[in-house]
Design a protein around this ligand. Structure first.
Ligand code: NAI
Length: 681
């Protein structure tokens, strides 16, 4: 094999069969992404390869984590104008067109991530070969960043596999593994790692006719079918996202409807539409959310901490699910409760979770083997981290700590999942109070990405860093907060939920209150959320907060809880619940002022956010925004509460609060933090 390696992001080799192997190995990073210089280098390699007239070209990646993750998001986020965006798009399209026009077979050899620009490159090749494992993911997830494919992804995928399958992938942003990709027609061969190179070589040597969509798939792009299908697609998208807040999927449908039969027009359309979207507020904020997520991830980067054994005490709603999640992520877990029969339901739930996530029976069995029922607490002594999730009672927790600490390994962490007890009330029970940290998970554990890392006054910095590293190891996002009542997320959420309860008491139909919030961009309205969390839990957190912040608790909430109407779990709360769904009456012909309802809900949330900033519950504004987006789903396209305040105007929002204070009373009094925010602190 002749080797000629080029400095930069690519290596080129030509083998004895005359096949060129072009390996992407982006300098200075563990993930391949396309920046302008990477695209330019690729282009010049391709020109040289074309001149060389080889037998074929195989494009692959040297990175362990995957093929190509897409465009470099910092490059996208740094775009200053529509013209600049169009320039970047045309460059990418020209490079990928060059691949498509090669007069010899081209193969994308894929393992791990093949997303966005990576998928677009692969689509420009004659064939795609992928590694056979669930970690290999193919997709065009651009809509998640508020844009759509712009380097030919839609222009090539739609004719290749038909509109129904292609638009499903593009509009949802979901990814598929190699096997699903092959069923769809996206991939020619799916093989184990050791056969990857041989499979690519065989495709070049045999040069079979590339995949062609079947008749039905071709028909889905027919001019007569498109208007109809476009209407169905718009309806489906509208169920998930409004056009006003998330314009990208709608722009994609328009493009396809107009140009699906003309590839060149589709390519030009991608550029024009993407450039507009990339410069818009939604895309800017969704890219911001991406960076916030990266920021949280980076907090848990301590690679030196390698825990193996986790012991969870309390097999109820939270402890049971935390234990299952840790076992799913590869930890050896023991689960303790007062009696074996209390642990059994948690094991049954874990089995369901494993089946859903792991699918293969052997993997499910391995995960079950990692999760040991342990009502005697034998696992305490081997655990690197003990997670306590027992009743929310300080005395009971303290007495448990006294019992287990003497049996814990030196240096092992003790993490509490308490949602309201300050760590300062718990730490005195310990000989080593510095080992106590809060790991505040949210319900449901398998869905909620955020974990608040609660730092008490005695928590050591080392323990806090280990808790964050552990959180990353179980694929969750750590957010460091102070041990103050309600920590961050519940404290900010509660005034918003309580305002919804007040509105309901005033006679506003719950469905209307929820609509005001979802129209603002919340994933679920506050009344439905309160019912889902459980009204008893809401009341408890509200009481804890009311003790500290002189807040009032609406009487209707107390009454519902007293009469056993606890929400979803009891079948009746503010809503009646059937088969896990709230029965919502259509609020017809009302005279309620929707703007005022939205303002009342949102401004209480914003006011509490400002209060948390002033009290330094989190270290900085971006962390607060990240916490609310990943902990509650706060309208991501608005970039987080503080970012939203600043983008609308601090003065404007503060004035609205003052007006509400006059009309509705002291709960709308602007926090002193508004003035600090104006001063830029
Ligand atoms: P739960 O009532 O469902 O479960 C508590 C479990 O702890 C019960 O199975 C009980 O038998 C067991 N337990 C009590 N004392 C024990 C002891 N001394 N030794 C061993 N096991 C004992 O409670 P849930 O909802 O799971 O809450 C647990 C903790 O998580 C609480 O601190 C709560 O504040 C917190 N939390 C709850 C959330 C929720 O949405 N339910 C959300 C976030 C935190």
């Amino acid at each position: 094999m002749n080797e000629s390696s080029t400095p930069g992001h690519f290596h080129v080799e030509t083998d004895a069969d005359g096949i060129v192997w072009l390996t992407f190995d982006k300098a200075g990073t563990s993930t391949n992404t396309f920046s302008v210089d990477a695209l330019e280098q690729l282009d010049s390699h391709l020109q040289q390869i074309a001149d060389q007239k080889p037998r074929g070209l195989v494009i692959r990646s040297a990175k362990a984590n995957g093929f190509i993750a897409g465009a470099d998001i910092s490059t996208l986020a740094g775009i200053a104008s529509e013209q600049e965006a169009a320039g970047l798009l045309k460059l990418g399209q020209a490079v990928f067109n060059r691949i498509e026009d090669m007069p010899f077979p081209t193969v994308a050899l894929i393992h791990g991530f093949c997303l966005g620009g990576g998928m677009e490159l692969a689509l420009a090749c004659s064939y795609r070969v992928t590694r056979d494992d669930p970690g290999t993911r193919l997709g065009l997830p651009e809509v998640r960043l508020g844009v759509h494919p712009g380097w030919g992804g839609s222009a090539r995928m739609v004719p290749l596999i038909g509109a129904i399958k292609a638009m499903d992938l593009i509009l949802s942003g979901r990814t598929v593994d190699g096997r699903s990709g092959r069923r769809m027609g996206l991939v020619e061969l799916v093989v184990p790692e050791r056969h990857l190179a041989a499979a690519a070589r065989k495709l070049v040597m045999d040069a079979p006719p590339p995949y062609r969509a079947g008749l039905l798939d071709r028909l889905s792009n027919h001019a007569l079918v498109r208007p109809l299908l476009a209407r169905v697609l718009r309806k489906q998208v509208a169920k998930r996202a409004s056009k006003l807040h998330y314009p990208a999927p709608y722009a994609m449908i328009d493009l396809w409807q107009k140009h699906a039969n003309d590839k060149q027009a589709m390519l030009r359309g991608e550029v024009e539409s993407f450039a507009k979207l990339a410069h818009g507020v939604t895309a800017r904020n969704l890219m911001r959310v991406y960076f916030l997520q990266e920021q949280l991830k980076s907090l848990g980067k301590d690679k030196s901490y390698q825990p193996k054994f986790v012991h969870v005490i309390g097999a109820g709603t939270m402890g049971g699910d935390i234990a299952a999640w840790c076992a799913l992520r590869g930890f050896q877990v023991s689960l303790q409760d007062q009696a074996p029969e209390r642990i059994a339901p948690a094991l049954a739930r874990a089995h369901k979770l494993f089946r859903r996530k792991l699918k293969k029976p052997v993997k499910v069995r391995e995960a079950m083997d990692r999760l040991l029922p342990d009502h005697k607490g034998m696992g305490v002594k081997r655990a690197d981290i003990v997670i306590e999730a027992i009743f929310e009672d300080a005395e009971v927790k303290r007495s448990l700590y006294k019992d287990i600490e003497p049996r814990m390994k030196a240096g092992a962490l003790l993490a509490t999942n308490t949602s309201s007890i300050p760590l300062e009330e718990l730490a005195p029970a310990l000989t080593h109070p510095e080992r106590l940290v809060g790991l505040h998970f949210f319900n449901p554990v398998a869905k909620m990405m955020l974990v608040e890392i609660v730092n008490g006054t005695s928590t050591s910095a080392e323990v806090s860093a280990k808790a964050m590293a552990f959180t990353r190891k179980i694929d969750r996002l750590p957010l460091p907060v102070t041990s103050t009542p309600g920590f961050l997320v519940n404290r900010i959420l509660m005034p918003y939920l309580m305002e919804a309860v007040v509105l309901e008491a005033e006679g506003v139909p719950p469905a209307l209150i929820d609509k005001a919030a979802t129209s603002f961009g919340m994933p679920m309205g506050p009344v439905e959320l309160a019912d889902t969390v459980g009204l008893d839990i809401c009341l408890h957190v509200a009481e804890v907060l009311a003790d500290h912040f002189d807040a009032e608790i609406p009487e209707n909430l107390r009454q519902l809880v007293a009469s056993g109407k606890l929400g979803k779990k009891s079948g009746q709360g503010f809503y009646q619940w059937k088969k896990g769904k709230a029965l919502k009456q259509k609020p017809g012909g009302s005279n309620w002022n929707m703007d005022e309802i939205t303002n009342r809900l949102v401004l209480r949330l914003l006011n509490e956010s400002v209060s948390c900033l002033r009290e330094h519950v989190v270290a900085e504004k971006d962390l607060l925004d990240a916490g609310m987006i990943f902990g509650t789903g706060f309208a991501p396209f608005r970039g987080g509460p503080v970012h939203y305040i600043e983008s609308i105007g601090i003065d404007v929002q503060q004035k609205k609060l003052e007006e509400l204070q006059k009309l509705r009373g002291k709960r709308f009094t602007p926090d002193p933090g508004w003035n600090e925010l104006k001063g830029g602190t």
